[in-house]
Design a protein around this ligand. Structure first.
Ligand SMILES: Cc1cc2nc3c(=O)[nH]c(=O)nc-3n(C[C@H](O)[C@H](O)[C@H](O)COP(=O)(O)O)c2cc1C
Length: 231
C-alpha cells in the first residue's frame, strides 16, 4: 500500500515537471524580441506614427568633392528646376511623405566627377571588395525603428560604401525599406543582399526602384509606393 502511494506521488511529480517544461517551451520570456511577423506589418506600425523614421541615402553627387559642376556632371538630375543628386531627390520625397529625417552617407573618398572615371573607380572598389570609410554618423541609431536606405545600382550591386554602412550599424529588430535608382538593371539582387547583411532586420521586399531617365515621374511614383506601404 505504502509502495503504491509512493509510486503515485512520484508519477504526479513527474507529470507536474513535464507540464511546467511544456509551458516553458511554448511561451516566450516576457522581454524576448521576436522577429516581426511580416515586413508589411512592421512598416504599417511605423505608419501609425509610433515609429521614428530615418531616410539614409548615398548619392555620388554628395561625394564628389567641392565645386561639382551640377550641369555637366552625370550624377545630378534637374528636378523642379533644382540640380540635385538623384538619390537625394528620392530621399527628400520620402521625407515629405513620411515626416522622416534624411541622412547622407558621406565617405572620405572623393569620387571622380567624370562619369567614365567613376565607372572604372567603382569597378575597382567592387573587385577589391573595398569598405570606403564613412565619415558621416547617425547620432542615435537606436532611436529609429524604420530605416529607408537609398542607393544607386553600381555594377549590378550596392555601392561598396553600403557594405561599410551595414558593417557599422546593427539594425536587428528594425525595419529596412530599400529604394534605388538605376539605368536599366533595377534593384539587381540588392534587397536579398541587404537581408543577408542584416539578418535580424525585416527588409521590405517591395522596394522602390526607378530608372534615372524617369526622374520627372518620381514624385508620383514615390507617393503611390508609400501609399502601398500605408504611409
Ligand atoms: C559607377 C557606376 C556604376 C553603375 N552601374 C549600373 C548598373 O550596373 N546598372 C544600372 O542599371 N545602372 C548603373 N549605373 C547607373 C546609376 O545607377 C544611376 O545613374 C543612378 O541614378 C545614380 O544615382 P546618383 O546619381 O544619385 O548617384 C551606374 C552608375 C555608376 C556611376
Amino acid at each position: 500500500m505504502k509502495i503504491h502511494q509512493k509510486l503515485i506521488s512520484h508519477l504526479a511529480l513527474c507529470l507536474t515537471f513535464l507540464m511546467s517544461m511544456l509551458t516553458a517551451c511554448t511561451s516566450s520570456p516576457p522581454n524576448s524580441t521576436s522577429s516581426p511577423a511580416s515586413n508589411v506589418d512592421s512598416a504599417s506600425t511605423a505608419a501609425t506614427g509610433e515609429s521614428k523614421i530615418l531616410i539614409a541615402y548615398f548619392t555620388a553627387a554628395e561625394n564628389s568633392g567641392e565645386g561639382v559642376d551640377a550641369v555637366t556632371t552625370a550624377s545630378y538630375s534637374t528636378i523642379n528646376g533644382k540640380a540635385i543628386g538623384r538619390l537625394r531627390a528620392i530621399a527628400d520625397m520620402i521625407a515629405e511623405g513620411t515626416g522622416g529625417e534624411t541622412f547622407s552617407l558621406q565617405t572620405s573618398v572623393v569620387y571622380p566627377q567624370d562619369i567614365g572615371e567613376l565607372i572604372d573607380y567603382a569597378a575597382q572598389e567592387q573587385s577589391e571588395d573595398a569598405r570606403p570609410e564613412l565619415v558621416s554618423r547617425i547620432e542615435n541609431p537606436e532611436d529609429y525603428d524604420v530605416i529607408f536606405v537609398g542607393y544607386p545600382n553600381w555594377w549590378a550591386d550596392l555601392p561598396q560604401v553600403l557594405y561599410t554602412f551595414f558593417d557599422e550599424y546593427d539594425f536587428s529588430g528594425k525595419t529596412i525599406i530599400p529604394f534605388n535608382v538605376h539605368n536599366g538593371s533595377g534593384l539587381s539582387r540588392t534587397v536579398q543582399t541587404i537581408q543577408e547583411l542584416e539578418p535580424d532586420a525585416a527588409v521590405v521586399e517591395d522596394a522602390f526602384t526607378i530608372n534615372e531617365h524617369n526622374m520627372n515621374e518620381a514624385a508620383g511614383e514615390v507617393a503611390a509606393w508609400l501609399d502601398g506601404l500605408d504611409y
